[in-house]
Ligand binder design. Structure first.
Ligand code: PEP
Ligand code: MN
Length: 334
């Protein structure tokens, strides 16, 4: 971290600041120019709040040199992380398609969809049991019964399952789930992230609606700092001024996150666009951008889905998408 001091900073003020910083275990390198004095702070600067220093009258600006995320940082882990979940691998050269309905609605619904998406190339089944709905009057999910149906569907199809957790109190219900999803609305639910950090469960961490990539990585850091390295990042669109799509899919997040971090990056074009007809082009673009996987909402009867019907593909549309994904993967691998 570097602190640039104003020309008006007095030697007494500088000395006081240096001894305060040294008191926090940092080494301070002082460099005096004609106008500005620069302090180079060496050591564990994580515990220093740059805004606290920047707020001092004598300080012109403060800049972090090293990123505040360590475990998720590509610099300290140059190779891609490969996460194992339900006997599958995701990350590095391993690509997986997660598909399924927004919500588990019945035994017949989840099993029918699972079989169809599996037949066309999906390797992991999704399905919400606890649903984060904007309106309390909307379908809230089948809750623990939904998890039971997912587990039963896994027994019948062999597909690993991913489903969303919203509350630390529910963690025991997720014991047999292969991948626990933290949805966009809970990306900064730090208590939930800490609890998940104490497990070894793979966590699919979705980017918040109004969160930066750095904030996403800091949330991954919460899970990893607790001892759980199994984090999969998911770009699912962010809220911008654009109103024609549900969210704006930030595809530059894919190569950027891969530069910043070694964690796998999955893209969810369904929640990003909110419209079934946009899912295929954006999924293909995500694959071309280097995503390690896709998450696609599929429903056997989209007009009557209890949640997110408008963005759900039919099994036939999904089969077509999966086929095109294979072709794009081949093309970009060359
Ligand atoms: C979901 O995947 O079901 C979901 C609610 O997604 P998001 O958190 O990205 O909105
Ligand atoms: Mn949904």
């Amino acid at each position: 971290m570097i602190a640039v001091l104003k020309p008006s900073a007095t030697p007494e003020q500088i000395e006081k600041l240096i001894s305060w910083l040294e008191g926090r275990g940092l080494k301070v390198h002082l460099s005096k120019g004609d106008f500005y004095t620069i302090l180079g702070l060496i050591g564990d600067t994580k515990q220093i709040d740059p805004e606290l220093i920047e707020g001092l009258e004598m300080v012109d600006s403060v800049k972090r040199i090293s990123e505040p995320y360590k475990s998720a940082n590509r610099k300290f882990h140059p190779h891609d992380s490969v996460i194992e979940a339900g006997g599958l691998r995701i990350g590095g050269k391993n690509f997986q398609i997660i598909a399924g309905p927004c919500s588990v609605e019945s035994k017949d619904q989840i099993l029918t969809i699972a079989k169809s998406v599996q037949a066309s190339g999906a390797s992991i089944l999704r399905g919400g049991a606890f649903k984060p709905r904007t309106s309390p009057y909307d379908f809230q999910g089948m809750r623990s019964d939904g998890i039971e149906l997912l587990l039963e569907t896994r027994r019948l199809t062999g597909m690993p399952i991913v489903t969303e957790i919203m509350n630390t109190n529910h963690i025991s219900l997720f014991e047999d789930v292969d991948i626990i999803q933290v949805g966009a609305r809970n990306m900064q639910n730090f208590e939930l992230l800490k609890e998940l950090g104490m497990t070894k469960k793979p966590v699919l961490l979705k980017r918040g609606l109004a969160n930066t990539l750095l904030e996403l990585l800091m949330s991954a850091e919460y899970i990893m700092a607790g001892g759980n390295p199994n984090v999969i990042l998911c770009e699912r669109g962010i809220r911008t001024f654009e109103a024609n799509t549900r969210s704006t899919l930030d595809l530059s997040a894919v190569p950027m996150l891969k530069e910043m971090s070694h964690l796998p990056v999955v893209v969810d074009p369904s929640h990003a666009s909110g419209m079934a007809r946009l899912v295929k082009p954006m999924a293909l673009a995500a694959v071309a951008a280097g995503a390690h996987g896709l998450m696609i909402e599929v429903h056997n009867d989209p007009p009557n889905a209890l949640c997110d019907g408008a963005q759900s593909l039919t099994p036939e549309q999904f089969a077509e998408l999966a086929d095109k994904v294979r072709k794009v993967r081949e093309a970009v691998a060359q």
